[in-house]
Write a protein that binds this ligand. Structure first.
Ligand code: SF4
Ligand code: SF4
Length: 241
C-alpha cells in the first residue's frame, strides 16, 4: 500500500488501522514503510482517508510481492490455489475432499496470527525442520506446496524469502504414530521462529465422536494443551469406504 504524500493532509486517521505499525505519521504527513507493510488492505478498506490519499502499491500484483497480498488480505484469492483466506480450506472440508484418511493426522501450522505477521524466511525455518523430521510432502492443495524449491530439504524459492505476510498455514499429513515426533520438532523450531504459531491436529473421529486415544497421548506427552474443536458438515460429507 502507498500514501500519496502530495495529497495527504496529515490528519493521522489511518495510522491506528495498521495492524503491523507500517504507517509512519510524523505529525505532518503519513507514509507507509514498504518493507513492513504486508499488503492486508486494512487501511484502504477501513480508515476512510478523507482525501483518498491511500492507494494500492503499483507492484502489489507483481511476483514475488504479490505473495504479501495473497496471505494477508482476506478478500484476495490466492493465485496458487484459487482459495481466499490464506489460500487453503485446511481439513475443514475433509468430509468432501478426503485429504486426510481415518488413520492419518492432518497437521496445520498456523503462523503469524493474530496480526503479528512474519517473514517468509520464518516459514522456511518450519518447512526445513519438517523435512529434517522426514516429512517431505506439503499438502498439494496448500499454497506453501507451490513455494517449495526442494522437497528433500524444505527450502522455499529463494526470491520469496524477503517477503513478509500476515499469516500462513503449512499443512502436512502424518500417520498417527508419527504425530508425537512432529510435535516435538515443531516445539524445537519454535525457538528459532521470529513470530508465533499454533498447531492444529485434524483427525476423523470414531463412533461416539471419540478422539483416538493415541492422538491424545501424543499431544499430552509433548506437553501441549489440547482444545477440541469440531467441524461437522451435515449432509455434504461422503461415507468412508
Ligand atoms: S487518513 Fe489520509 S490524509 Fe489522513 S494521514 Fe492518513 S493518508 Fe493522510
Ligand atoms: S496494507 Fe495493511 S500492512 Fe500495509 S499499511 Fe495498510 S494496514 Fe498496514
Amino acid at each position: 500500500m502507498i500514501i500519496h504524500e502530495e495529497i495527504c493532509v496529515g490528519c493521522g486517521r489511518c495510522q491506528p488501522y495498521c495492524p503491523t505499525a507500517a504507517i509512519r505519521y510524523d505529525g505532518i504527513k503519513s507514509r507507509i514503510d514498504q518493507e513492513i507493510c504486508y499488503e492486508c488492505s486494512t487501511c484502504l478498506r477501513a480508515a476512510h482517508c478523507p482525501v483518498d490519499a491511500i492507494a494500492e502499491s503499483p507492484d502489489v500484483y507483481d511476483y514475488p510481492r504479490a505473495l504479501r497480498r495473497y496471505f494477508s488480505d482476506p478478500s484476495a484469492t490466492h493465485a496458487a490455489t484459487g482459495i481466499q483466506g490464506r489460500g487453503t480450506e485446511e481439513c475443514k472440508t475433509n468430509d468432501v475432499t478426503r485429504r486426510c484418511g481415518p488413520n492419518q493426522i492432518g497437521v496445520a501450522i498456523e503462523i503469524g496470527r493474530p496480526t503479528l505477521g512474519m517473514s517468509i524466511l520464518d516459514i522456511q525455518k518450519i518447512t526445513r525442520a519438517i523435512a529434517r523430521a522426514g516429512v517431505h510432502k506439503i499438502e498439494p492443495h496448500n499454497p506453501i506446496h507451490s513455494m517449495i524449491a526442494n522437497e528433500a530439504t524444505g527450502d522455499l524459492k529463494p526470491e520469496m524469502l524477503g517477503e513478509r505476510v500476515l499469516s500462513a498455514i503449512i499443512e502436512i499429513q502424518v500417520e498417527r504414530h508419527e504425530l508425537r515426533g512432529i510435535l516435538r520438532t515443531l516445539k524445537e523450531v519454535a525457538k528459532e521462529v521470529d513470530s508465533v504459531f499454533c498447531i492444529d491436529a485434524f483427525t476423523v473421529v470414531g463412533p461416539g465422536l471419540s478422539v483416538p486415544e493415541e492422538v491424545l497421548e501424543s499431544i499430552r506427552a509433548e506437553g501441549f494443551t489440547w482444545r477440541p474443536n469440531a467441524k461437522v458438515n451435515m449432509g455434504i460429507g461422503r461415507a468412508w469406504e
